[in-house]
Design a protein around this ligand. Structure first.
Ligand SMILES: *[C@@H]1O[C@H](CO)[C@@H](O)[C@H](O)[C@H]1NC(C)=O
Ligand SMILES: *[C@@H]1O[C@H](CO)[C@@H](O)[C@H](O)[C@H]1NC(C)=O
Length: 164
């Protein structure tokens, strides 16, 4: 019965424009939603931005924003550290909810497939006793067939001995 439900779900999902309640777990691997379309080869019209540095253990705001009036429906953001598949953790707020890829809340995705021009994402840095670099990779879904892999961005997590 469960198996049949999954097959049925697989048939229904391609009919909608974008996963209505966030990226599926299958998107963790290549950050593609599995719509059956290749990513666009030109620069994404939606930019991910973040502060250059963050004190260890602190929370920063990342912003996904459509350039010159471009809107989007869905997204996934993952934080990587060196050869680790995750770093720190995301917080679910407003238009963004967390997703578990390799470890709990190590990714963020849309909460609904409403039309958005900007989304705020909160991420808390790991609390290490050294400075490290974290790379954020992201994908945006403009519509069902138009998907962009964004340029990765880096954030340096600073060791600050004065912090607990
Ligand atoms: C982090 O990246 C910056 C800029 O690419 C580099 O200058 C710095 O050495 C890196 N730090 C670490 C700890 O890898
Ligand atoms: C999807 O977006 C692209 C780029 O904006 C546009 O050219 C295309 O017509 C759109 N497709 C649909 C089905 O809305």
């Amino acid at each position: 019965m469960f198996r049949y439900s999954l097959i049925l779900l697989g048939l229904i999902v391609p009919l909608v424009h974008c996963y209505s309640s966030g990226a599926p777990p299958g998107a963790c691997h290549n950050l593609m939603p599995g719509h059956g379309y290749e990513p666009q080869q030109v620069q994404s019209p939606v930019t991910l931005s973040a502060p250059a540095t963050v004190p260890r253990g602190s929370t920063i705001k990342l912003t996904l924003k459509g350039d010159s009036g471009n809107n989007f429906l869905g997204f996934i953001v993952r934080a990587y550290e060196d050869n680790l598949g995750s770093s720190g953790h995301f917080e679910g707020i407003l238009d963004s909810q967390t997703l578990t890829c390799d470890s709990p809340d190590d990714s963020a995705t849309h909460f609904s497939n409403s039309i958005k021009d900007q989304v705020e994402i909160h991420w808390t840095a790991p609390n290490y006793y050294y400075t490290t670099n974290v790379t954020f990779k992201s994908t945006v879904v403009i519509n069902y067939s138009t998907i962009f892999l964004n340029q990765p961005i880096n954030v340096q997590v600073l060791y600050d001995p004065s912090l607990p």
